[in-house]
Design a protein around this ligand. Structure first.
Ligand code: SF4
Ligand code: SF4
Ligand code: SF4
Length: 275
């Protein structure tokens, strides 16, 4: 019975993704959406199933399946810029395709339901950062989160300047900026991880996408909650959190609440099954 229950959540996820896949396929008359959302839904469902079956690397498998698909297949082979500048580009072009759909689903409206699940299970930048040695931060948290607003503004200014200057061959420029942007993100992300002894330093201070992700995930339906009757305040959960969240506080205003990437490390490590 326990094993059978492990399949229920993956099945629900698969149905949700498949509904999106079929709706977009039929409304946009584009078979790509059927393939794209079926693939991502299957990867996420597999990850949840493996998590339910207590497989240790379940999250990392989803991260690699989705992250590599988006970076290598969509980004490098199909030449779709799925970075934030790609979002601005398609938005300014008035095209509801590729990066605009991706941002709407994963990073703007989706977080109202699944919080920052994108950051825990799909982002190709974090897919690499999570291989580094500081899975749990060994350094102090810094008060430099304001940098994200600068990188956000720079991405917007870059694409605005391209449009205002009337540059030709924009598709090619966006492809080059995808390669350059990713190389820069990896270089800065890896350097900061070692400098601050924190794999997720880039996510905490630099990533421009968090300007969307943080306010939307504040309202997330899906979030870690603490059963106060079971909790013995041992603090183990907080020591394993990569994002410095106080998950024992059930308030929406919990410390670093909008940083939670739903990695479930706190849940796995709670000796009282209170989370
Ligand atoms: S914060 Fe940015 S870099 Fe980090 S996982 Fe989320 S989207 Fe990726
Ligand atoms: S690990 Fe569990 S019991 Fe300990 S403080 Fe966290 S929620 Fe409470
Ligand atoms: S350890 Fe818990 S609170 Fe911290 S990011 Fe992971 S799921 Fe969220």
């Amino acid at each position: 019975m326990e094993r059978l229950r492990s399949f229920v959540h993956p099945l629900i996820i698969l149905i949700v993704f498949e509904s999106v896949a079929v709706s977009l396929w039929l409304t946009r008359n584009n078979l790509f959406y059927l393939f794209n959302f079926t693939y991502i839904g299957s990867a996420v469902a597999l990850g949840i199933l493996l998590f339910n079956l207590k497989y240790r690397y379940a999250r990392r498998i989803v991260q690699l399946l989705v992250g590599l698909y988006m970076l290598v297949y969509l980004g490098l082979i199909c030449r779709e810029n799925m970075q934030i500048e790609g979002f601005w580009y398609y938005l300014f072009s008035g095209v509801f395709e590729a990066a605009t759909i991706h941002y709407a689903v994963a990073k703007i409206f989706g977080p109202l339901v699944f919080g920052r699940g994108w950051c825990g299970y799909a982002c190709w930048t974090a897919m690499v950062l999570d291989f580094l040695p500081y899975k749990v931060p060994a350094g102090q948290r810094r008060k430099i989160g304001w940098i994200r607003y600068i990188t956000f503004a720079l991405s917007l200014a870059f694409v605005s300047a391209l449009f205002l200057s009337g540059t030709g061959n924009m598709e090619h420029i966006m492809f080059l900026s995808f390669i350059a942007g990713n190389a820069l993100y990896y270089a800065v992300g890896i350097s900061l991880a070692f400098l601050f002894r924190d794999n997720r330093a880039f996510c905490k201070y630099i990533c421009p996408v968090t300007v969307f992700l943080k306010p939307m995930s504040y309202f997330s339906l899906l979030r870690v909650r603490c059963d106060k009757d079971r909790c013995v305040s041992c603090g183990k959960c907080r020591t394993v959190c990569p994002m410095d969240v106080d998950m024992t506080n059930n308030s929406r205003k919990r410390k670093n609440g909008t940083e939670c990437i739903l990695c479930m490390e706190c849940v796995k490590n709670c000796p009282r099954k209170a989370l």
